[in-house]
Unconditional design. Sequence first.
Length: 389
Amino acid sequence: MRLGPRDADHADRWALLFATGSVMSVFAVGAAVQTAYIYNNQVADGDGVPVLARIAANSGAVLAMTALLGWRGAELPARGTWRLIVGVIGAGLLAGLTRAVLQVTFGVYEPSHVTALATDMASASVVAWIAAAIGYTTMRSRRRLRAQMEHAARGQVQIELALSALQHEEVRVRREVAEGLHGTVQQRLVLVVARLDRLAARLERGTVDEADLELLAELRAEIETVREADVRATSRMLYPDQLEVGMVPAIRSLLGRIPTSVNTRLGVEPEIRALDDPAASRLSQGERLLAVRVVEEAVSNALRHGHAEVIDVRLSQEGEAVVVSIWDDGVGFGDRPGPASGTARLADRLRLAGGELRLSSVPGDGTQVIARVPVESLRVGVPPAPSAG
C-alpha cells in the first residue's frame, strides 16, 4: 500500500524514535546494572549504588533525546548535513545534561561530584549520538526503500500500460483485417461473381459480342485491383511496422515502443547491415518476419514475466544464418512453462525452417534467447533475393 506524504513522514518519525530510543534504553538499563554490580560486588567497602535511581536518570535522558528528535528531528536531513550534525550534537548534550540533573535529583551523586557528573554526562551524550546515528540510518533506509518501491511500481505501471497498448493494437489490427476482408474485398468479389454469372449465361446462349469481351477485360482489371490494392493492403496489417524497409528498422521500431523506464540496447554487426540493406536486401520477407517475431516474443516475455529493466538485442551472422540474441536482466523463470509456451511454438517454426532456438533462464539471473534464422541467399550458388517493393 502506498503511503501519502503525511503518513510517510509520520512512519519515518516513528522509525527514527524507535531505533534511537531502543538503543539508548539498552544502554540505560545495561549501564546502570553494570555499575551497580561493579560497585556493590567488586569495590571494597562500597556503600551500594541505587540501581533504580540510575535507571530512572538514564531513562530521563532517553525521553529527553527522543522528545528532541520527535520535535523536528525527522526534518533535519532535508535541511543539510551541517544542520543535521549540529542538531544531533545539541540533542545529545541536552540528553546528557538531563541525565546529570536527574542523578543529582535522585541522590545518585552529590552536587559537589563535578568530575563524576561530567563523566556521566559525556558518556550519556556519546551514547545518545550513537543511538541517533543508528536511528537516522534506519530512517534513511526506510526512505530509500520506499523510493525504490515507488519507482518500481511506476515502472511496472508503465510496462502494464505498454503491454495493454500492444494487446489493443493487436485487436485493432485484427478488426481492421476482418473489416477489410468482410467489407471491401468481399463486396468487390460479390460484384465480380455476379457479373461473371451474367457473362456465363450469355456464353451458354451463344450470344457473346464485343461488349462481353470488354466486360471480361473489366472483370480481369477488377480482380487485379482486389489483388493489388485490397488484399495487399490488408496483408500489410499483419506485418510488423517497418518490416517492408528491413529487419533492423522493424526491430528498432519494436524496441522504440517499450517504456523509457526499461533500458533497451540494439547491437547490429556490419554483416547484418549489408544483408538487410534496403537497396539490395538478401533477406526474404519471411526471414525478416521470423527474426522480428523472435525479438517480439522475447521482449514480451521479459516485460510480462521477467519484469526486466534492461533488454539487450544483438544481431550477427553465423555461417548461412542470422543469429538473433536477446538478453534481459529479469527474474527468470527456471522450469516454469508459462513464459516458454509461446517461445516453444516459435521454436517449432524455426525448426521447420531449418533453424533453431535456444533458451536459458535461471530464477533471479535473467533470461537469454538465441535464435538461428537460416538465410536462403547465403547458401552457395543461391542468388540474392530481390528487394521488397
